[in-house]
Design a protein around this ligand. Structure first.
Ligand code: HEM
Length: 514
C-alpha cells in the first residue's frame, strides 16, 4: 500500500536536494530530478511550489501525459492525506466527456437517425485499436520519421482493417471483420466514416497517411479494373498487411491537369515499356505496387499496375509533415510491365483515374472533420485550465467568441458529412457519380477551409504553445502545420469549389427564371 503523508510532512522538503511536491494527490520526490527538470530548477523551488500541493500550477504548464510516463511515475513516493486523485487517465477506447469532443451520436443524451448498435460496436473496438496500437507506433514514427512498423500492418491485416478502409462492397465477402464483431453484409459507409474519424485521434497526420493512405487510393483501380488473377493476388497480399499500394498520377509537369501527364507507356510484345517520373506520391518510398497513369503513343491515357522491381526507383520528398507518410519521387527507366497489369481499357485511362475521386474525397472529409473536432476539444480543455490574470482563459469574451465559431464550423461540417454518407448508403455507384460529385467536392472544400480557420484560431488561443512542437500545444502546432495537406490532396480547394458549382449549373432546369 502506498505511504500517506500529511501536508506538514511534505512541507519539510522544500529545498534543493530535498524537494517534494504534490500533484493530483500524489507526493513526488523531485530531489534528484529537479536539476534535470526541463522547466528549470528555480520554478520548483518557488515558495508556492516546493513542499506544497502544486496541482493547479502543474496543469497550467504540462499535459497530463507527462505524469503517465514511467520515468516520472517512479518519482511518486506516496499520497497526500485526505486528497483524492482527480485527473485519471482515460481508459483506452473511452469517450470524452468534454462538450463537442464527440459527434452528437456519441454524446450522452443525444440521438441520431443514422447510427445503429453495430456502428457503436465497431466504434468502440476501433477506438481501442487506435489507442492501443496506432497511437504508440504513430507517435514514435512521427518522431523518428521511419515508416509505420510492419507489425502494425500485420495487426491491421489480422482484423481486415485495410479491407474495411476501402468501404462496403464485394471485396469484404467472407472476411472476418475486426475479429468478427461486424458482418461483411452489414458494413456500410457509416462504418467507414467512423474509422476515418477515429483515426484522426492519432494527431499524427503523416503517419496516418503512412498506414495505407496510398492503398486507399491506389488499390481501388486494381480492384475495380484489374484482371481477375492480378486483382485477387494483390487484394489478398494487401488485406493481409503484407504489401502496400501507391497511386501515381501527379508529376512535376502536371498536378491536377491529368491531360498534361508525360510519363510514357510504349506498347511492346506482351506488355508496355514505361519511362517517366511521378512526384508527391504518398507511400512511394515503401509501396510494393504503383498504380500509375501514363500517356500512350496514340496520345491517350492508360493506367498500369507496376510492381517495384528493376528500373523503378523511389526517393523521399521532404514535406511539412513527417516522412512516416513515405511521400516520394518515383522514376521509371524502361520498366517492362506485363499486359495483364493494364487496368481498364487502353487510352480510356481517364475513366479509371476519375472513378475513385468521390470516395477518396469523401474519405478525406471524414478524417479532416474528425481532426477539427479534436482541436475543439484541445481548445476547450486549455481555456478551462489555463489561468490569465488570476482567471481562466475562457473568462475573456474574445476567446469564447472564437470557440463559438469553431464549434459551429465542426458541427455544420459533421452534419453535412453524415447527410452525404446517408445518401451514399442508398445510392448505387452511378447515382453517386451523378448526384454526389458536386456535394462531395463542396463538402471537402468547406471542411478544409473551415479546418484552416480553426487551426488559425487555435494557435491564437494557445499563443506561443500553438507553435511549439512539444508541451501543451503540441497537437495544435501539428494540426496547424499539417492542415494544408487535406486542403491540397484529392483536389485543391478552389478546384473543388468550382467543380461543385459547375455540377450544379449543369443541372439547372432550362425554364428556371426569377
Ligand atoms: C511531477 C513533477 C513534474 C514533472 C515530472 C515535470 C516534468 C516536466 C517536463 C517533462 C517538462 C517538459 C515537457 C513539456 O514541455 O511539457 C516540464 C516543463 C516545465 N515544467 Fe515541469 N514537471 C513537474 C513539476 C513542475 C512544477 C510543479 C512546476 C511549477 C512551476 C513546473 C514547471 C515547468 C515549466 C515552467 C516548464 C516549461 C513549460 C513550457 O515550456 O511551456 N514543473 N516539466
Amino acid at each position: 500500500m502506498s505511504k500517506v503523508f500529511t501536508r506538514e510532512e511534505v512541507a519539510q522538503h522544500k529545498k534543493e536536494g530535498d524537494l517534494w511536491i504534490v500533484v493530483d494527490s500524489n507526493v513526488y520526490n523531485l530531489s534528484k530530478f529537479a536539476a534535470m527538470h526541463p522547466g528549470g530548477l528555480s520554478v520548483l523551488l518557488d515558495e508556492d511550489v516546493a513542499g506544497k500541493d502544486a496541482t493547479e500550477t502543474f496543469f497550467g504548464l504540462h499535459r497530463t501525459e507527462v505524469l503517465s510516463k514511467p520515468q516520472f511515475k517512479r518519482l511518486i513516493i506516496g499520497t497526500l492525506e485526505g486528497a483524492q486523485q482527480q485527473f485519471l487517465e482515460p481508459a483506452p477506447g473511452s469517450l470524452s466527456q468534454v462538450p463537442y469532443a464527440e459527434p452528437t451520436w456519441l454524446s450522452k443524451g443525444y440521438y441520431s437517425p443514422y447510427y445503429k448498435p453495430h456502428h457503436r460496436v465497431l466504434q468502440t473496438e476501433f477506438r481501442k485499436f487506435v489507442d492501443e496500437v496506432l497511437i504508440p507506433d504513430g507517435r514514435a514514427r512521427e518522431e523518428d520519421g521511419k515508416r509505420p512498423s510492419p507489425s502494425v500492418f500485420l495487426e491491421m491485416g489480422r482484423l481486415n482493417i485495410m479491407a474495411m478502409r476501402l468501404g462496403p462492397g464485394p471485396h469484404l465477402k467472407g472476411l472476418e471483420l475486426m475479429g468478427g464483431i461486424i458482418k461483411p453484409e452489414e458494413f456500410d459507409y457509416f462504418h467507414e466514416l467512423i474509422m476515418g474519424q477515429e483515426s484522426a485521434r492519432l494527431h499524427a497526420r503523416g503517419y496516418l497517411d503512412g498506414i495505407g493512405g496510398g492503398t486507399f487510393i491506389g488499390l481501388p483501380p486494381i480492384m475495380n479494373f484489374g484482371k481477375p488473377a492480378l486483382r485477387e493476388k494483390i487484394m489478398k497480399e494487401v488485406f493481409e498487411g503484407k504489401k502496400l499500394c501507391a497511386l501515381g498520377i501527379t508529376e512535376a509537369f502536371a498536378g491536377s491537369d491529368v491531360a498534361g501527364l508525360r510519363c510514357f507507356a510504349k506498347r511492346v510484345e506482351n506488355g508496355w515499356i514505361v519511362t517517366g517520373t511521378k512526384k508527391w506520391i504518398t507511400n512511394a518510398t515503401f509501396a510494393d505496387y504503383f498504380t500509375i497513369g501514363c500517356r500512350t503513343e496514340q496520345g491517350g491515357l492508360v493506367v498500369l499496375c507496376v510492381e517495384r522491381g528493376p528500373g523503378v526507383e523511389t526517393k523521399p520528398i521532404k514535406t511539412s509533415y513527417s516522412t512516416a507518410a513515405g511521400t516520394g519521387y518515383i522514376t521509371f527507366e524502361d520498366v517492362f510491365v506485363p499486359y495483364e497489369n493494364t487496368l481498364g481499357t487502353e487510352n480510356k485511362g481517364l475513366q479509371v483515374i476519375l472513378s475513385n475521386f468521390n470516395h477518396e474525397r469523401w474519405g478525406m472529409c471524414t478524417v479532416s472533420i474528425g481532426a477539427q473536432r479534436i482541436v475543439v476539444e484541445e481548445c476547450l480543455k486549455w481555456v478551462n485550465q489555463r489561468k490569465v490574470f488570476g482567471k481562466p482563459l475562457h473568462s475573456q469574451a474574445v476567446i469564447r467568441n472564437k470557440l463559438a465559431a469553431m464549434i459551429s464550423r465542426v458541427e455544420s461540417a459533421q452534419s453535412w458529412l453524415e447527410n452525404i454518407t446517408f445518401q451514399m448508403n442508398h445510392m448505387k455507384y452511378g447515382q453517386q457519380a451523378e448526384l454526389l460529385a458536386g456535394p462531395i467536392a463542396l463538402l471537402k472544400q468547406y471542411a478544409t477551409s473551415t479546418a484552416q480557420e480553426t487551426a488559425r484560431d487555435a494557435v491564437q488561443i494557445f499563443g506561443g504553445r500553438g507553435i511549439t512542437k512539444t508541451g501543451m500545444g503540441r497537437f495544435i502546432e501539428h494540426y496547424h502545420r499539417t492542415v494544408p495537406f487535406d486542403a491540397v490532396l484529392g483536389g485543391a480547394e478552389d478546384v473543388l469549389g468550382d467543380l461543385g458549382v459547375r455540377q450544379a449549373l449543369k443541372k439547372m432546369p432550362k425554364d428556371a427564371r426569377l
